[in-house]
Ligand binder design. Sequence first.
Ligand code: FRU
Length: 507
Amino acid sequence: MKNKKLILSIILFMVSFFPGHLQAQTVVRSRPEQHRPLIHFSPKANWINDPNGMVYHNGIYHLFFQYHPYSTVWGPMHWGHATSRDMIKWKEEPIAIYPDSIGTIFSGSAVLDKNNTSGFGEKGQAPLVAIFTHHDAEGEKAGRNDFQTQSLAYSNDNGKTWTKYEGNPVLKNPGIKDFRDPKVMWYEPQKKWIMTLATKDIITFYSSPDLKNWSKESEFGESRGAHGGVWECPDLIAFDDNGKSRWVLIVNLNPGGPNGGSGTQYFIGDFDGKTFSSPQQKTMWLDYGPDNYAGVTWSNTGSRKILLGWMSNWLYANLVPTVKWRSALTIPRELKLRKVGDELLVVSEPVSELSGIKGKPVMMQNMALAATGRNIMVPGIPSIPCAIKISMDAIKDFSLVLSNDLKEEVRIGYDRSRNEYFIDRTRSGKVDFQKDFAAKHYAPRFSKDQKMKMTLVIDVSSVELFADDGATVMTAIFFPNQPFDKLRLQSTEKAMIKQLEYSALKK
Ligand code: FRU
């Protein structure tokens, strides 16, 4: 009898001491499609990193991407391919560019050569031309310093098939180990192509009349901005400011990002066809979250500047717990230059095309919040993926908590004592595949407005926060053992949500 009682109390003791979060830690194996994003692009199988060669042509948005078709970890790079009419619903196409005797196919860009300056066009049609880095892994292994060169491929069938130029490489390496990721654009005032190239931890600009012959124009970046790692995947874009061009140089950096590992900085300045100059002293970041890297913009979209990034970080990209594929891309974001307070910023917001997959919005008004939380309880809610817009009439502590029955959670919010937005994924489920993953990341609030606005795009394994009309942006991925299916709003002080708009997203 005594023994029975003892056993019973041991069992009761164990049950009370093994709550959800411990069970969660024991369920570590992913099912093949677990964590698969539903509204973000991810390849059907295997490894993806940077988006490449994005070009709009004949009503189709082309997306190429760093792809390893034989494994879920990084390896010999190919250009994968996907197409879309709205940048949201993607069709994965056959691999566009394969490695060859010069090397594997690293990141780069694609342009529509409207005037057929390259001579690649056939039957009076303008060709699409891809400009990419050839990476010679053997050369790298042998300790050479010229193993990255720039090459061309062209397509005369709307991006379906690609032919490599027989004169490759078109830009040889002068002896710089990190010499890659050409982003090419047409500079109309001087009728020439400009290549923005990442060269170690600065940018080198080249120009060409025909995409085949390149001359060095200038360099930018020594002792400017952040230099915690190598500069990669740059982009030079012009915004129209009342008929005048305002130039922005986007520079990806790894490591040395604002929240550890990979990050994207930008410089606002001027470009005269030869030199980029910028009065900017402060380091500015496009996204303060840990998971938006290698983002560059679409080519041939007129005055629209649309950026797409890789939703991961080199700190743990090869280790994230998915089985069949590894990684996804962000929601495409429209970039604008805007004065926020007294600072000129590059702000980003999800492209308007996202509304094409929005269900009927559910509106809630004047909701008082308490520290204990308020579950959003409206028929059909919560369901993920979704877009949530929140506005508050006063600046208050605030968090939105995504959670599940295992008590795993991601918190997204604003901390008034620090005047910073944050995403906290410390208890988000599978976190121990790499030591830096379980973290709370912060981002400055730039807006001086006494009202607060947040737009969140939430998918199965990611959240993208666009605060104050895109002035502060954060992107973070997460891997709960069970899907998040609860949404709770909280504040540590008396706060009121003026309006919350919830829309389910479905492709
Ligand atoms: C950025 C990057 C690029 C390179 C590619 C290789 O994530 O390192 O600089 O071209 O990935 O896959």
